[in-house]
Design a protein around this ligand. Structure first.
Ligand code: T3D
Length: 255
């Protein structure tokens, strides 16, 4: 069993809840290792992961009672943060970050490592790092300027303001902000959609979008042709077309 996270599997959805609510789910060594372990050891039946927080926060970032002078920050990033982030980034199924409350520091960037971020309206995103004399890590300096542009990225990082969920959605930092009362239902419906969907296509969409970062149009057309060639041979494509023609809902198997 896990000590710092709560993991459950149901109906093709694996739910991983950060579970140190007394410190707003701050990340310590154990939690980083457990998130990586849970993400790399998903059941065969899992077709969507929901990463969320217990209590009123999503994650407050590095546990600051473990930090400070003398700590080898670079080693912690390389040996503990990188494997955790890689496990999310390279997950074999879509990952939803369900941001139930504040996401600060590496906790914000942990959420942004997911494929899709859904936040409760009362949640917020804080690049808190410069308040303690650090730079944003855990991938923040890569993902944030691409999502929101340089001016907003710079402002978020220099001023360490709390960016409310609605503004994060308006800026394109996250997919959607939903009223708190509807949050669980919306996350549940989105997770069900992904868990019952064409998993191979979802993973190829992720691959194509990531490849676009360094490609011009000609190179990206090659990526699309290669990936679409693979999709054309899937059962889910055959099923999707058959279901359309028969005017019924498709039954995707994920392959
Ligand atoms: O290895 C390395 O160090 C490098 C890696 C760095 C990665 C990083 O993530 S650096 C950034 C670390 N995170 C932060 O700087 C955020 C610190 N927390 C906050 O700014 C605020 O707590 C929040 C904005 C997250 C929430 O504010 P608020 O007012 O809603 O709650 P609070 O009262 O500040 O916090 C509630 C409790 O959680 C409180 O404990 P208490 O007083 O009830 O006993 C607080 O100390 C604790 N807590 C919050 N964040 C952390 C934490 N304890 C340890 N570590 C935390 N990060």
């Amino acid at each position: 069993g896990f000590q710092t996270i709560d993991v459950s599997h149901q109906d093709g959805i694996s739910r991983i809840a950060l579970n140190r609510p007394e410190v707003m789910n701050a990340l310590n060594s154990a939690m980083r290792a457990e998130i990586a372990a849970a993400m790399t050891d998903l059941p065969q039946t899992t077709r969507c992961v929901v990463l969320t927080g217990s209590g009123r926060a999503f994650c407050s970032g590095q546990d600051l009672t473990d930090a400070g002078a003398g700590l080898n920050v670079e080693r912690t990033l390389r040996e503990e943060y990188e494997p955790m982030l890689a496990a999310i980034h390279d997950a074999p199924v879509p990952v939803i970050a369900a941001v139930n409350g504040v996401a600060a520091g590496a906790g914000a960037n942990l959420a942004l490592a997911a494929d899709v971020v859904i936040a409760a309206e009362s949640a917020s995103f804080v690049q808190a790092f410069s308040r303690i004399g650090l730079i944003p890590d855990a991938g923040g300096t890569h993902i944030i300027p691409r999502a929101v542009g340089m001016a907003r990225a710079m402002g978020m990082m220099l001023f360490a303001d709390r960016v409310p969920a609605a503004k994060a959605a308006e800026w394109g930092l996250i997919w959607e902000a939903v009223p708190d009362a509807e949050f669980e239902a919306v996350v549940g419906a989105r997770a069900k959609w992904l868990a019952e969907g064409p998993t191979a296509a979802f993973m190829a969409i992720r691959e194509a979008l990531r490849a676009s970062d360094g490609n011009d149009m000609a190179a990206q057309l090659q990526v699309e042709a290669r990936l679409q060639g693979r999709m054309g041979a899937t059962r889910d494509f055959a099923e999707g077309v058959a279901a359309f023609l028969q005017k019924r809902a498709p039954q995707f198997q994920g392959r």
